[in-house]
Design a binder for this molecule. Structure first.
Ligand code: NOJ
Ligand code: MG
Length: 531
């Protein structure tokens, strides 16, 4: 493909905002749309191309917005539709893109659709959800479990049937085998696309269709005591069914009715299955989210092998992508430590494929210890001690050193990190060697260099502790060398090279000329422009 043919989402960087925690404009302790508008200049100056916002729709907030009660509205906590329209306009004015979170697998149990569906067996929306008679023993229709703990089935006394919910019982699963439901959800997509929204991140895409015969899921042979109860079974029949690809294709067709819009799928599956979500002839999701960097141990050999596995598994013309953090996983700076988090940033922003940055990771924000009595996440409250709380990675963005880090004038909905006086946007913006400076430099060079945006990926054979590769486009080549350990290692690849360090985890290396064999100090990461 010629450089000019690549679209914004091939070349650009996506930034995820968890709206409750980004910036509170009205002092209620919860972030909102006007808060995000205030910070758009920051995002533009940082070098972000597209912003994805977790759900902002009306919701009882049983799962903090992933339980939608009106798919075409705005929750009053976040603002009004006119605030949203202004946000969209302001994003576009800065030549950025706006991606919304679409939650099609389930609605809230307070959604009018569900209220109708629940009202009687004969209601015309009964079949919009997954209702079944009790099993032979009067219990649930099969053994399917809820990701958040316990059975996936909830009994309704009035109509004497069970409904299925892959997550909370307040999040009943929609029945994607029903054509009317399909049309209703596709119409919702069109509503936002017509407004000018640039695409969707589709929640739990691999869950959307379940086995028609509702066969029992098999036991997981690797389950061990202490793991969350959902891991007792392998979700062989409750997720990732063949028919899901027809649904994804239908969504893609709607996306393609408009110019240059983007379809991202949230999919936690092994690479071999993940890539099937690109669809036949790439007519599925543009970007099935690749969560490998969230899941792998921080080990050069493992990561190297996985990059190759992914590159090798991608369908022809399937565009890669990499995610380093999100609102469901421990933050990178906590997972690998402050030093290595810098190398992780270099990796994310120099690998081949669209990067997604989680808000606050550009500062080196860490997981925040939340005292038991302040836990908010239903995943933790439902299965105390077993379900991992996601609150630690959802704490308020750290803007400056003032009270509550400049996030709110009220009481923040989750506590802030104690270190916010050091780790914040204001302090780090111009601070030599800060995590934020590193991100600014990486995003800047990425935006200038076709080799880093769309260039090929060539693995470099070297010492085991080192992750190294070349990005290449026409005559331009960059060499990336990352020491993933905290001891010194020699880097001696089997070819001759010469170049200048453009960006480094240790800024004193920037501008240095280097060649052939080098001693890599502990934790050092280098982005070198080859001559
Ligand atoms: C995935 C979302 O990322 C997560 O936050 C949510 O709890 C579940 N889907 C259910 O919607
Ligand atoms: Mg607010």
């Amino acid at each position: 493909m010629n450089y000019k043919e690549y679209l914004w989402w091939h070349k650009g960087t996506v930034y995820q905002i968890y709206p409750r925690s980004y910036k509170d404009s009205d002092g209620d302790g919860v972030g909102d749309l006007r808060g995000i508008i205030e910070k758009l200049d920051y995002l533009k100056d940082l070098g972000i191309d597209a912003v994805w916002i977790s759900p902002i729709y009306p919701s009882p907030m049983a799962d903090f917005g992933y339980d939608v009660s009106d798919y075409t509205g705005i929750h009053p906590l976040f603002g009004e539709m006119k605030d949203f329209d202004e946000l969209l306009r302001e994003v576009h004015q800065r030549e950025m893109k706006l991606i919304l979170d679409l939650v099609p697998n389930h609605s809230s149990n307070k959604h009018p659709w569900f209220l109708e569906s629940k009202s009687s067996k004969n209601n015309h929306k009964r079949d919009w959800y997954i209702w079944k008679d009790p099993g032979k023993d009067g219990g649930p229709p099969n053994n399917w479990l809820s990701v958040f703990g316990g059975s996936g089935w909830e009994y309704d006394e009035e109509t004497e049937q069970y409904y299925y919910h892959a997550f909370l019982k307040e999040q009943p699963d929609l029945n994607w085998r029903n054509p009317d439901l399909q049309q209703a959800m596709l119409a919702i997509m069109r509503y936002w696309l017509k407004k000018g929204v640039d695409g969707f991140r589709v929640d739990v895409m691999w869950h959307m269709i379940k086995d028609e015969q509702l066969r029992d899921d098999p036991p997981n042979p690797d389950y061990k005591e202490g793991m969350n109860s959902y891991s007792k079974l392998l979700p062989a029949y409750s997720t990732d069914q063949d028919e899901v690809h027809d649904i994804v294709h239908k969504m893609r067709k709607v996306i393609d009715e408009y110019d240059e819009r983007l379809l991202i799928g949230e999919i936690y599956l092994p690479i071999s299955k993940l890539v099937s979500y690109y669809g036949e002839d790439n007519q599925g999701a543009h970007l099935p989210f690749n969560f490998q960097l969230l899941q792998l141990p921080w080990n050069a050999a493992r990561i190297k092998a996985t990059i190759d596995e992914y590159e090798g598994a991608l369908p022809e013309n399937g565009w890669p992508n990499w995610v380093l953090g999100n609102h469901d996983n421990s933050r990178i700076a906590s997972r690998v430590g402050k030093e290595q988090a810098k190398n992780a940033a270099i990796l994310l922003l120099t690998l081949r494929g669209t990067p997604t940055i989680y808000y606050g990771d550009e500062l080196g924000m860490q997981d925040v210890d939340i005292p038991k009595e302040k836990i908010q996440d239903p995943q933790a409250l439902n299965e105390p001690g077993v379900g991992r709380s996601r609150d630690p990675e959802r704490t308020p963005m750290q803007w400056d050193a003032t009270k509550h880090a400049g996030f709110t004038k009220g009481e923040p909905w989750l506590p802030l990190m104690g270190n916010y006086k050091e780790i914040n946007v204001k302090k780090e913006w111009d601070q030599p060697g800060s995590m934020l400076q590193l991100h600014r430099k990486l995003l800047k060079i990425r935006a200038q260099e076709p080799a880093l945006q769309v260039g090929s990926y060539v693995p470099v054979l070297s010492e085991e502790e080192i992750l190294s590769y070349i990005r290449k486009y026409e005559k331009q080549q960059f060499l990336i060398v990352l020491n993933l350990t905290d001891s010194e290692v020699n880097f001696a690849p089997d070819f001759e090279w010469k170049g200048t360090v453009e960006v480094s985890s240790h800024e004193e290396f920037e501008g240095k000329e280097m060649s052939d064999k080098i001693n890599l100090p502990a934790n050092l990461g280098l982005l070198i422009k080859l001559k």
